[in-house]
Design a binder for this molecule. Structure first.
Ligand SMILES: *Cc1c(COP(=O)(O)O)cnc(C)c1O
Length: 427
């Protein structure tokens, strides 16, 4: 494949945008080479500026669960745009999507919309602190909750990829209130809670981790966290920015049957427009301004285009059997990849839940950040570039999950498996 135009565009971009990108992992730093510049996308395919076509497994890092340029979503945006793109005043569509979201997600009565997953998690933690009157939070190594200060302590994916888990610019004062725990290690969490008795406002977690590859919780882990939080008056925050409306209508709460106190959303909920949200029971949500003292606001929050796109997306997810269909496709892909890598004698692990899947080039099970970090990055680089050259688009980092869309056909999956069979010889 030729990447002439992408290379030229990247050179131009680097002059005016740091690293040529508006979000670091796009820059291919972890895998080397020049990022492809995207021209357009439709369904299961994405096209770059040189005219190359790729089968999509990034899907904008999750939102495009029904495929790119999905007609009902696009139509909803176009119709809304004709009537004005922002008013900074309430609109009916905000209530409609709020009603639908709250009806799909277990255990929540109210929701507030923001503009990104980062904002959702940042606001959820402020709300938890305001509600409990306590300062400290627990997060897990390798979990990513957006780029706000409190979370940039051993955050996954982008931050890890660049080997700067603790970003300069985050003050010690902020960092000291974030306590770090090991994913899938209940005893570790218990210890931390006992050492900080009475000081912890909330525990925030990706209930299925997706930013250190895909790492599902081991049996009893989430239930154990729920019990610990109840026993110590700590709010349990599920960051479902990645898993919400992807793993089930009601996200991980529904799929694994564990209730959180506050749930964060992003990605799918915006249908591909910049949207985040956080939801909880009424008594917690009413602590927010204007009904309560915890301040949170946004000029473009609840933007009509974004709400129309999100509503069209959720309506569709609420109807069909798409989650089963996605599960079946992902399972098919998983089996196919396992078969060809095993036959080629490549040491690897694969994790999967619902439509999230990841391939790790290591020999031990990947259960937490430390085990994910043991993957062979040279193998991953070859794997990534081999796939790209075969017209298959996965995330340019070993710490990212693949996100399937329901637009993928079994023929696309077979092509992917075939490509991996060929690449395996070079690993
Ligand atoms: C992507 C992501 C975020 C951040 O969302 P942005 O919209 O990129 O700010 C937060 N939490 C999780 C689990 C994510 O995957």
């Amino acid at each position: 494949m030729e990447y002439k135009r992408s290379s030229a565009l990247f050179a131009e971009a680097q002059k005016v945008i740091p690293g040529g990108v508006n979000s670091p992992v796009r820059a291919f730093t972890a895998v080397g080479g020049t990022p492809i510049f995207i021209k357009e996308a439709k369904g299961a395919y994405i096209f770059d500026e040189d005219g190359n076509q790729y089968i999509e497994y990034i899907n904008s890092w999750g939102p495009m669960i029904l495929g790119h340029a999905h007609k009902p979503v696009i139509d909803a945006v176009i119709e809304k745009a004709k009537k004005g793109t922002s008013f900074g005043m309430p609109t009916e569509v905000e209530t409609k999507i709020a009603e639908l979201a709250v009806s799909m997600v277990p255990n929540v009565d109210m929701i507030r919309f923001v503009n990104s997953g980062t904002e959702a998690c940042m606001s959820a933690v402020r709300l938890a602190r305001g509600f409990t009157g306590k300062d400290k939070i627990i997060k897990f190594a390798g979990c990513y909750h957006g780029h706000s200060d409190s979370f940039l302590i051993q955050a996954g994916s982008g931050a890890v990829t660049f080997g700067t888990p603790n970003s300069p610019g985050v003050t010690e004062g902020t960092a000291k209130d974030t306590l770090l725990a090991r994913f899938n290690d209940l005893e570790n969490v218990k210890e931390i809670i006992l050492q900080n008795e009475g000081e912890i406002a909330c525990l925030i977690i990706e209930p299925v981790a997706g930013n250190m590859g895909c790492i599902p919780p081991v049996e009893g882990f989430l239930e154990g966290l729920r019990a610990l939080c109840d026993a110590h008056n700590i709010l349990l925050i599920f960051d479902e920015v990645m898993t919400g409306f992807r793993l089930a209508k009601g996200g991980v709460q529904e799929l694994l049957g564990v209730n959180a106190d506050i749930v964060c959303f992003g990605k799918v909920i915006g249908g591909g427009l910049p949207v985040g949200a956080f939801a909880a029971r009424k008594e917690i949500m009413l602590h927010l301004a204007p009904t309560g003292p915890v301040y949170q606001a946004g000029t473009l929050s609840g933007n009509p285009l974004a709400m129309a796109a999100g509503l069209a997306m959720l309506q569709e997810l609420n109807q069909g059997d798409i989650f089963q269909s996605l599960h079946d496709k992902t399972e098919y892909l998983h089996k196919g990849i396992t078969k060809v890598l095993t036959e080629a004698g490549i040491t690897h692990q694969m994790n999967r839940i619902g439509s999230m899947i990841s391939v790790h080039f290591c020999d031990e099970p990947v259960l937490d950040f430390a085990s994910a970090a043991k993957g062979n990055n040279d193998s991953f680089k070859k794997f990534f570039h081999g796939l790209l050259a075969s017209g298959i688009h996965i995330a340019p980092s070993a710490f990212e999950t693949w996100f399937l869309s329901d637009a993928l056909s079994y023929e696309d999956l077979d092509k992917t498996i075939k490509a991996i069979e060929e690449i395996a010889e070079t690993l």
